[in-house]
Design a protein around this ligand. Structure first.
Ligand code: NAP
Ligand code: HSE
Length: 440
């Protein structure tokens, strides 16, 4: 039986999960794949730190470089996070012709092109199933299972921390800080949780999916990102009473069909979104992620599973270990390259040009004529109102005024909001969320 010696860099939530998963299911994998995995070492910052699950001291080292360079190590597993040392670790491994398994979406999103070309140059491969949507095998699905489809849209709940927090805030009335602490304690949040709550982690993931779907590497700095930091329980509550759930959604849409040399424009963004309560994504709760994908052959499909945490992520890593080991065994380490640019290249549609319905909440003075003033400004910009709600029972100087807005261009909406904000009857900055009704 072939033995693959692993050099694991990182023994935190995911590294510990992989250690435990191999302990529990390593022999099952060996019986299925005829490959035995042996951990040669696990590099960490502080080998003396107390770890759960416990990792024997004999496996721990501070010296990731020696572990990567160890001639016995034939597969490097990068689970340290970040984009600086992690990039060096991966490049170092590739230069030695060693393939790499990583869960690091920030690294793949920001340095993917460089790392993929290094892997080609040095005859190695990069496997990154765990980088997107935890235990859901979405990379394999997009790259292999749906290779016969033109992907028309992807809507993804891609951050377990945010989805968990939004559910806890809605169902248990937790405040933002407590909900984030719980997500951190459960091992869902990034070492820097601002990546989660400000939407960047989901952005890294949706950019990877958009790149695989459209065949050209998406520059995440050209895409729109908004996190969940400013979502108030008030808006979650109002959305619910209007028949919507609020989710942090990653969105990829093709806005025009490729024809006669016209390149498709692709909308790629992450933002809080109101989705109908009867849509399947509305029932994705807690740490669960889901990817709702429309292909021109397959139609609608949904992938669902735990999006973060030690076990779900370890499941994706083990799947990559299996692929890497079989590629190694059959000498076909580039059977499925990490990313293949193809003809569906296109440009990113600026967010200001996107069109969608909106949820708008204004804090207004409760006085006759207020609604007329606001409606007049919206009408000037040819923005239609589909419904208005002024919940009763609010005291004080201002009351909430909620408007559901028909399809509108984002630039027109922002322009109108600037004018509305200047009205004397407006008492706080407007709150605006996009609505997704999943209608083509
Ligand atoms: P983590 O718990 O913070 O673990 C990071 C590990 O890397 C720790 O063991 C740390 O050592 C080690 N490390 C950091 N810098 C190092 C250095 N310079 N040299 C040697 N070791 C170093 O992070 P994590 O949650 O496991 O996440 C790891 C990666 O997986 C990240 O890229 C993350 O985005 C990704 N990911 C995480 C999840 C999840 O649910 N947590 C899911 C999917 C993907 P010490 O233990 O001594 O501090
Ligand atoms: N922090 C990430 C999340 C980990 O909460 O989704 C999984 O990628």
């Amino acid at each position: 039986m072939l033995t693959i010696n692993l050099g694991i860099i990182g023994g935190g939530t995911v590294g510990g999960g992989v250690y435990q998963a191999l302990k529990k299911n390593g022999s099952l994998m060996a019986s299925r794949l005829s490959v035995r995995f042996r951990i040669a070492g696990i590099a960490v910052r502080n080998p003396r730190k107390k770890r759960l699950p416990h990792i024997p001291q004999s496996l721990l080292t501070k010296d990731w470089k020696s572990l990567v360079q160890n001639p016995k190590v034939n597969l490097v597993v990068e689970l340290m996070g970040g984009t600086t040392t992690a990039r060096t670790v991966v490049l170092e491994a590739l230069k030695l012709g060693k393939s790499v398994v990583t869960a690091n979406k920030a690294l793949i999103c920001e340095h993917g092109e460089e790392l993929f070309s290094a892997s080609e140059k040095y005859g190695a491969n990069i496997y990154y199933e765990a980088a997107v949507a935890g235990g859901i095998p979405i990379i394999k699905v997009l790259r292999e299972s749906f290779s016969g489809n033109r992907v028309q849209s992807i809507h993804g709940i891609l951050n377990g921390t945010c989805n968990y927090m939004l559910c806890q805030m809605r169902e248990s009335g937790l405040d933002f800080k407590t909900a984030l602490q719980q997500a951190t304690d459960l091992g869902y949040a990034e070492a820097d949780p601002t990546l989660d709550v400000d939407g960047y982690d989901a952005l890294h993931k949706i950019c990877i999916l958009a790149s695989l779907a459209h065949g050209h590497w998406i520059d995440s700095s050209k895409t729109h990102v908004e996190g969940i930091r400013n979502i108030l329980p008030l808006d979650v509550h109002f959305a619910q009473s209007l028949g919507y759930s609020v989710k942090l959604l990653g969105v990829v849409k093709t806005t025009s069909i490729e024809k006669k040399g016209i390149r498709p424009r692709i909308q790629v963004a992450v933002h809080p979104t109101l989705i109908p309560l009867d849509h399947v994504l509305a029932s994705v709760n807690g740490v669960f992620n889901a990817v709702y994908l429309k292909g021109d052959r397959v139609g609608d499909s949904l992938l669902y599973g735990e999006g973060a945490g030690a076990n779900a992520t370890a499941s994706a890593i083990l799947s990559d270990l299996g692929d890497a080991a079989l590629d190694h065994a059959f000498g076909s380490h580039r059977r499925v390259p990490p990313f293949v640019p193809h003809s569906e290249s296109g440009s990113i549609l600026p967010q200001s040009e996107t069109v969608s319905p909106f949820y708008l909440r204004l804090s207004v003075v409760d006085r006759p004529g207020t609604l007329a003033k606001i409606a007049a400004i919206l009408a000037e910009s040819e923005i239609g109102i589909s419904s208005v709600m002024q919940p009763e029972g609010h005291e004080g100087k201002s009351v909430p005024l909620i408007m559901m807005i028909h399809d509108a261009r984002e630039a027109s909406m922002n322009q109108a909001l600037k004018k509305i904000s200047r009205l004397k009857v407006i008492k706080a900055p407007p709150v605006l969320y996009r609505v997704e009704n999943f209608i083509d």
